[in-house]
Design a protein around this ligand. Structure first.
Ligand SMILES: [Fe+2]
Length: 257
């Protein structure tokens, strides 16, 4: 498998807290079947999560060296998880942030509980500039949980959707789990990823349960597409062709009981 969303670079954001932890995370990832991992540190303008590429590459080099020493045989690529912001194009141009593996694909996150003004305008601008926004864990956002129609709008404008594997275990709460299951069943995702922050992530202990639970909903072929084939296309900067997306037929409220 290939993971396009992880926080394995130490002391950069709220992910790994040491080089030792980065190594432990990668050992765990290798054990459950990941051979390529994209490190995507948060970039949230106006907060402490704004590590520049220099700091990132210094830490990344330390991790790559230790991987070699330990003969772990896992490849690392780099990107960012970018908090939605009008200035994303500027940050990219100034090399404050990077796309995934220097491709046209960028991993973008939204605030969890608040509506973003001009969200669509910002995404359209990124599309106009030739980027393909991959929306990180849409199942976790309140405005998605309240109205699944937004998913088709995002897909329709050329964004892609990445779910977090551990949502099948309810790691982020019942509403996120419901939305995750809905999106799987209705083939809304193009990617599944770990979004791993720490070596103790429940994914490692319960991976077989995660995989079985997801395969029960989408089948093995689609599981492979979301965890291997589509991520491989991203790394090679190849286009992702959407499988037929089942239209979201009605507005479904699942946030309020
Ligand atoms: Fe993340």
């Amino acid at each position: 498998m290939i993971d396009i969303h992880s926080h394995i670079i130490h002391n950069i954001d709220d992910g790994s807290r040491s080089l030792e932890e980065s190594l432990a995370i990668l050992k765990n990832m290798k054990k459950i079947g990941f051979d390529i991992v994209v490190a995507t540190p948060h970039y949230i303008a106006g907060t402490s999560f704004v590590a520049d590429n220099k700091a990132k590459s210094t830490h990344l080099k330390q991790i790559k060296d230790i991987i070699l020493q330990e003969e772990l045989n896992i490849n690392l690529c780099v990107g960012n998880e970018i908090f939605i912001d009008h200035d994303i194009p500027k940050y990219l141009e100034e090399n404050k942030i990077v796309s995934i593996n220097k491709t046209k694909y960028i991993l973008v996150e939204f605030p969890r509980n608040t509506q973003v003004f001009h969200l669509m305008d910002m995404l359209f601008e990124l599309r106009d500039l030739g980027y393909v926004p991959i929306i990180a864990h849409p199942e976790r956002y309140l405005f998605v949980q309240e109205d699944y129609l937004i998913l088709d709008q995002l897909l329709g404008m050329g964004c892609l959707l990445q779910g977090n594997l551990t949502n099948i275990l309810g790691k982020y709460g019942k509403s996120a789990e419901k939305a995750f299951r809905y999106m799987l069943k209705n083939h809304k995702y193009q990617f599944l990823a770990t979004d791993v922050h720490h070596e103790s992530d429940i994914l490692f202990k319960h991976f077989s349960k995660v995989k079985t639970g997801i395969i029960r909903l989408i089948g093995e072929e689609e599981f492979n597409r979301l965890t291997l084939e589509n991520p491989a296309k991203v790394l090679k900067n190849e286009p992702i062709v959407l499988t037929e997306v089942a239209p979201t037929s009605k507005k479904i409220k699942i946030w309020k009981k």
